[in-house]
Design a binder for this molecule. Structure first.
Ligand SMILES: Cc1ncc(COP(=O)(O)O)c(C=O)c1O
Length: 352
């Protein structure tokens, strides 16, 4: 049964990655053991981890003075780790959606947290201008892609203070200049792998800024010193991430990925824009190329469209409960054929 998976995360992964990781569950690299039963301290796994780290470095052209980590748990851990590790007295935040709000709430537990830009006034349907960044803040935190509201930063502010970015839902979907950031973090379960791990890229000079009572396991420095092996890491999740990273490299890297993602997004946005039944609530310049949010005014028609999609094995397009409507997540692994299938379904439904 062919399913078109537009889920927001955990989400679609490349078919060949699923097949390779399934093979690794049965017999990992001809070791006679499953990836599920090898030691994280074994040479077998260290090779996987080191390949994953070096592929992230290669794909994103990560400068020498940054470290790449694969840690346990999702992006939400960094909402609390970031202020504990980087805030001396004051932090600045951009409030551009639900995830940003959660990050702000955690930061408030640890010190002076200034929300310097917000789009809460219009239910996060645009990205707020980032101006007047306080020079005395220890960092500025932003969210590159707002998974729930469907907005995405197309460029990043130039600051004198470290820029910290939650890239969970558009990590590795396009090239970014890592040297613009003090730190990048992302949960794996959108573009990179299964849930259970998150990826961190952090600049060397920020590692010693943690607050004195920060628990050992919550210090980035601990994980840098242990090459992500301070405690047992999520072995299987990291293995699958490594396979996805290989797939990305084979595809031609992030420039090639970006070109495909742009095509997919344009195909879907053009179809929705030219169709009067559907609305696109997000300001055009800020639309996400990963999560396409759209609505229908008529509640009955909204339900009918969801049922119609279900009948065609189009799954995961119900909008987040805080927004309603629909959300088609078109992450890296979603083939353009699936986007075309949705576009055809939209046309067929409209013509009924
Ligand atoms: C942008 C963003 N940040 C953070 C999170 C939270 O991630 P996790 O569930 O891995 O903690 C999500 C989850 O969807 C997200 O989309």
């Amino acid at each position: 049964m062919k399913v078109h998976n537009f889920g927001a995360g955990p989400s679609i992964l490349p078919r060949e990655v699923i097949e390779q990781s399934a093979a690794g569950v049965l017999n990992f690299n001809d070791s006679g053991m499953s990836i599920l039963e090898i030691s994280h301290r074994s040479e077998l796994f260290e090779k996987v981890l080191n390949e994953a780290i070096s592929l992230v470095r290669e794909l994103l052209n990560v400068p020498e003075n940054y470290h790449v980590l694969f840690l346990s748990g999702g992006a939400s851990f960094h909402f609390t780790m970031v202020p504990q590790n980087l805030m001396k007295t004051k932090a600045a935040y951009v409030e551009s959606g639900v995830w940003a709000k959660k990050a702000i709430k955690e930061s408030q537990l640890f010190g002076d947290t200034k929300v310097i830009a917000s789009s809460a006034d219009k239910n996060f349907t645009y990205l707020p201008a980032i101006e007047n960044i306080p020079a005395d803040a220890d960092y500025l935190h932003c969210t590159s892609n707002n998974t729930i509201y469907g907005s995405q930063m197309k460029s990043f502010p130039v600051t004198t203070i470290p820029l910290v970015c939650d890239m969970s839902s558009d990590f590795l979907s396009r090239p970014v200049d890592v040297s613009q950031f003090g730190m990048i973090y992302a949960g794996a379960q959108k573009n990179v792998g299964p849930s259970g791990t998150s990826i961190v890229i952090i600049r060397n000079d920020l590692l010693d800024n943690y607050k004195p009572n920060t628990p050992t396991i919550l210090r980035y420095k601990t994980h840098v010193d242990a090459n992500s092996l301070y405690n047992t890491p999520p072995v299987f999740a990291i293995y699958t991430c490594m396979l996805t990273l290989r797939w990305l490299k084979k595809l031609g890297g992030l420039k090639a990925m970006e070109a495909i993602n742009n095509k997919k997004a344009e195909l879907l946005y053009n179809a929705l824009e030219s169709n009067s039944l559907f609305n696109l609530p997000v300001a055009k310049a800020d639309r996400s190329y990963m999560n396409v949010v759209f609505t229908i005014d008529d509640k009955e028609k909204e339900k009918a469209f969801l049922d119609f999609c279900k009948s065609k094995n189009i799954v995961g397009i119900k909008g987040h409960k805080s927004v309603g409507g629909f959300r088609a997540s078109i992450y890296n692994a979603l083939p353009i054929d699936s986007v075309q299938f949705l576009v055809d379904a939209i046309a067929e439904f409209t013509a009924q």
